[in-house]
Design a protein around this ligand. Structure first.
Ligand SMILES: [Zn+2]
Length: 407
């Protein structure tokens, strides 16, 4: 007799396996964490952040910043639509950028077929804002994932499962030639490609697959390879050494997706190795608000400070600058000179505040492609630096700071 499968448990395991952990299948366990790690005040803070952000959108120093799809950004002075209706950055004074936060389309677990060297008619970003005409509502004055409607979030979860099982029709468009086309259209010269190491029993070799894809397409002049290890892998250090030898420059660690606290003693040997190998650590930082609640505890800003303080000579990029925990993350980052701020996701009002506090130093342009079009973040950086006294800061964020960090 065949036993009926426990559907909820199956979906939960699957969700955790295939990145559902990161983008919110919401099926995780409900065990109670130590209150130092996560408590009622933390939960309330996220709720308040969401409410406040919506109430304040459009009332900041840049007024209303709402567009219809990525194409709608052609309203801005730096962009135009070409004869094929594609968005282009046409202002030659915009510095050629280095994108510090990019990914390719994913095929994991059962590794459904995915040709990363294919060019398609159009890119389907995970926020597929140009799928309709007019495009979806794109508000540049809120945390970017606030632009996902409930329906779009459902699609995102579906696609993340598809990436591991039967193949995602979104991922099939998130290829190297398509990314290069978008980079060329947006004056982005180089991109740091960040894989993620899951904890799968098999099919868990994105770092190797992506590095090979870069080699096979002869695109080392455009892509700076990153790598990833899971902190609980037995051979994590060995794997890290191997990817550093193969040319990886940046180590991506994702506390919510990989389910670890950045200041756990177990992770310290990873930082030690990263420092010895001359790598830069790139953290997903802060709560995005769309991950399962059971994973949000890992990304509280205070859990990052131990890593920053214990390894003052190891550069850490705080990806998303703390996401929805941006205020607390900014304070922590300012206390540590080895902290760099990945600007992806933040709205224009917060970016402006970050520039006021940092003078633009250690802020890094990043787009989180293929979640979003490169133009979404580029537009924000251009808006907040659109005054003569910020010309130098524009160059620093788009390019100069990344050059300094990678030197
Ligand atoms: Zn990302």
């Amino acid at each position: 007799m065949i036993r009926p499968i426990n559907r909820r448990r199956f979906l939960s395991t699957l969700g955790t396996l295939i990145g559902g952990s990161a983008i919110g299948l919401g099926l995780g366990s409900c065990s109670r964490p130590d209150p130092d790690r996560y408590n009622e005040a933390d939960i309330a803070l996220l709720r308040t952040q969401r409410e406040r952000e919506l109430a304040r959108s459009g009332k900041g120093p840049f007024g209303v910043q709402r567009y219809k799809g990525y194409r709608g950004l052609a309203e801005l002075p730096w962009f135009e639509l070409d004869s094929r209706g594609r968005l282009r950055c046409v202002d030659e004074s915009v510095p050629e950028a280095i994108d510090f936060h990019c990914h390719f389309g994913m095929s994991v677990l059962f590794k459904p077929e995915l040709d990363l060297n294919e060019r398609t008619e159009r890119v389907r970003h995970l926020l597929d804002c140009d799928a309709t005409d007019p495009g979806c509502d794109l508000d540049l004055d809120i945390y970017i994932n606030g632009n996902f409607t409930d329906e779009a979030l459902k699609e995102l979860r579906y696609q993340s499962i598809a990436q591991g099982l039967w193949g995602s029709d979104y991922a099939r468009t998130q290829t190297i030639p398509n990314l290069l086309d978008e980079m060329d259209a947006m004056r982005v010269e180089k991109a740091v490609i960040l894989p993620i190491a899951f904890h799968f029993p098999f099919g868990d070799d994105l770092p190797e697959t992506w590095l090979e894809a870069i080699e096979a397409t002869n695109t080392r002049d455009r892509f700076i390879p990153g790598t990833s290890v899971h902190p609980r892998h037995r051979n994590a250090i060995e794997r890290l050494e191997k990817s550093a030898r193969a040319g990886a420059r940046v180590l991506k660690l994702h506390p919510t997706m990989q389910a670890f606290y950045p200041d756990e003693p177990e992770v310290m040997p990873i930082y030690e190795a990263a420092e010895r190998l001359g790598l830069i650590v790139f953290f997903h930082s802060g709560r995005a608000g769309i991950e399962p609640e059971s994973r949000q505890r890992y990304a509280m800003p205070r859990h990052y400070e131990g890593a920053l303080a214990n390894f003052p000579d190891l550069p850490f990029v705080l990806g998303h600058s703390g996401a929805r925990d941006a205020d607390a993350m900014l304070e922590i980052g300012l206390r540590h000179e080895n902290a760099w701020f990945g600007v992806h996701g933040q709205g224009v009002t917060h970016l402006d505040r970050m520039i006021d506090r940092t003078g633009g130093e250690r802020m890094l342009f990043g787009t989180d492609w293929p979640f979003y079009h490169l133009a979404a973040t580029l537009a924000k950086v251009l808006i907040v630096t659109d005054r003569p006294e910020r010309t130098r800061i524009r160059h620093a964020i788009l390019r100069g700071n990344a050059e300094r960090l990678l030197a």
